[in-house]
Ligand binder design. Structure first.
Ligand code: MLT
Length: 265
């Protein structure tokens, strides 16, 4: 593990392999270990950077609100530190919100985009209120109650009943998350910009992946993104829910490798 300091916070990250850089941004409330299998496979031909976003994994948490723009700036500062001018930016779910915020702020630093199990739209008013309640819940009750409520929405019923290894891994990541970090990210997601209008302005190659049974960011959201981003490619992974890279690792990796093998990506 490597660490840099940003904004008086220690930010941990993995940096593996060499070649064209790819940044993997995890979702909520996970950490960079979400990407272990992708780091292993992609780093054979690429330089793979996987940060723990502020408040997650081995990175420090700050009280208050961790906006998607702030997390995107953290990623940009990490790339500055690593002297990487331009990279393929990949994000799953909240990581996708961060990837879109990154593209909006710094399009010239994005070689290609990979958007997994995510969506462009902002939260509804009701969803915002739920986020604020969940932030209070994380702080007052800890992450176990958040994990219990989220797990059935993250994975397919099949994964829950037949893949105890994945259930444990997802649960462990959630339990490892600092309540202050989760609360800050929840407030940040509630405040996030609607990026729908940005999609038509994306001029880099884009790969969109989604689990066919994703209950949090459904296939319809990915279809809309695929329609709005010129020349994008959509891969729907059967028998997968919201954490499709864990539930269908081989197919997910194959889609990534295929996309990244193109000279422009
Ligand atoms: C995630 O997986 O990052 C979150 O479920 C996204 C969200 O809650 O909107």
């Amino acid at each position: 593990m490597a660490v840099i300091e940003i904004d008086n916070l220690k930010i941990a990250y993995a940096d593996a392999g060499s070649g064209r850089p790819v940044v993997l941004i995890h979702g909520y409330p996970f950490n960079r270990s979400l990407w272990n299998e992708q780091v292993e496979v992609l780093s054979r031909n690429h330089r793979v950077i996987a940060p723990d976003l502020r408040g997650f994994g081995e990175s420090d948490a700050a009280a208050g609100t961790a906006t998607m723009n702030r997390m995107a700036q953290d990623v940009a500062l990490l790339l500055d530190h690593l002297q990487i001018a331009r990279a393929t930016i990949a994000g799953l779910s909240m990581g996708g919100y961060v990837a879109l915020a990154f593209y909006k702020q710094l399009p010239s630093r994005v070689r290609a985009l990979i958007l997994a199990d995510t969506r462009p739209q902002a939260d509804s008013e009701e969803a915002k209120r739920t986020r604020v309640q969940q932030a209070e819940q994380a702080l007052s009750e800890g992450m176990a109650s958040i994990a219990d409520a989220m797990l059935p929405k993250l994975l397919t019923p099949d994964t829950v009943s037949k893949r105890p290894d994945i259930v444990k891994r997802v649960r462990d990541m959630m339990l490892k998350t600092k309540p202050e970090g989760a609360a800050a990210a929840l407030r940040g997601m509630a405040e996030r910009d609607d990026q729908t209008a940005l999609l038509a302005k994306i001029t880099v190659p884009a790969l969109i992946l989604v689990g066919a049974e994703d209950a949090i960011t459904p296939v319809a959201d990915s279809e809309k993104m695929n329609h709005a981003i010129a020349g994008s490619r959509l891969v729907v992974l059967g028998n997968a829910g919201h954490v499709s890279n864990l539930e269908r690792t081989e197919e997910f990796n194959a889609a990534l490798l295929d996309f990244l093998s193109e000279p422009s990506n």
